[in-house]
Design a protein around this ligand. Sequence first.
Ligand code: HEC
Ligand code: HEC
Length: 368
Amino acid sequence: MKRTRAVLLGWVAAGLVASMGAACDDGDGGAQGGVNPAPPGKPWATLDEWRLFEDHARQIPAEGVVRFEVIAPLFSDYTSKHRFVWLPEGAAITYRDDGAWELPVGAIVVKTFAYPRDLRDPSAGERILETRLLVHEPSGWVPHTYVFDEAQTKAERKVAGAYIEASWIDESGATREHRYVVPTTVECQECHGKAPETRLLGVKTAQLDRPGLDGENQIERMAGLGLFVNTPSGAAVRRRFAAADDESASLELRARSYLDANCAHCHSAAGDADSKALYLDFASTDPIEDPPANWGVCKLPTSAGGATCGHVFDVVPGDADTSVMVCRMESTRGADQMPPIGRGLVDAEGVALVRAWIDAMEPAGCGN
Ligand code: HEC
Ligand code: HEC
């Protein structure tokens, strides 16, 4: 146990140096104490009480809190994200090739949303918006979110969501404004699943099998640190997603990774939109193994009230322009748009990817 703590500390320190690039100061002398989990069912009112961060404004984690990145992120109105995991002393993760890893009771997974203040100047820092937690209580995973004040001095727990008027300077020097929406904790469960089935979505091999900020593969590093109960499969056999902008990967792999990360939490057997029989999880979009109708090819939308944009089929091979899937990704009209929550802006790059994928499919003619 001692050993684990010591190496963890080493990892965090290495991660810090890598992420901050420069000085790794000791903070203001307040880094003592370590993470302070709330008693089950009694979440802290402010983020600082959890003691997950040494410096929340700069997203510098506390000792033992481990940063990670995903390959294919969920699009959230162009925010940047910071993700971390913390395990109670002596506890470890059960590695899996497929599906979410199993984290021990007591684990806390953290995801912070922020806008860089000036896209031309990283040293201007970020406007931190909210820090979300999934806390593994004995009864299951419990979601919380903590919303930051303008001055970034503290973050308070909000159950009913919030709006944040955010602004930043874009690459051209123009000021951009956006009303950012913090979800309610009921909405968390529309994607992460209702209690007691609430689940992790990104903590899985296909998403984490990539270099961390320090350049080392995250799974190798975690294994080396003794964070797993079992031994992960070798790198050669692990199946990983591809980022939307990874030109070295096939269009199909990138599009399927994107759909898994952005749609499958609802559009899968485990998800909220299961009854629509549109399955967009990575396994279901396999063009060889699965009937293409499962992922929308020449499929008539089933939802009576759902939007179709005047089109007939969810996916028309070779014709993105007449595919319902694309026009719903391009919509920002509340109920019509896909995903229906979690974004207010169109993911232009994500739409371009799905368009290219559909346009590249062999035209089949859906018989209409
Ligand atoms: C629109 C769907 C959606 C909503 C709403 C949503 N999440 Fe998530 N969340 C995801 C997806 C997908 C991931 C994994 C991909 C990523 O991190 O980019 C994720 C990742 C996370 C993570 C990192 C651990 C993990 O599961 O990979 C935490 C913590 C988290 N969400 C908490 C919350 C909380 C708390 C709320 C509500 C305040 C919430 N989320 C609302 C889709 C959603
Ligand atoms: C928060 C849950 C949620 C997420 C995330 C989500 N959807 Fe949906 N989707 C639904 C629900 C519920 C319906 C059925 C009601 C409707 O049509 O509006 C639906 C319906 C659809 C339909 C019509 C399906 C049919 O055959 O009836 C398409 C196409 C679609 N979604 C595409 C997507 C795509 C593409 C993504 C990701 C970019 C996505 N959705 C993400 C919940 C979600």
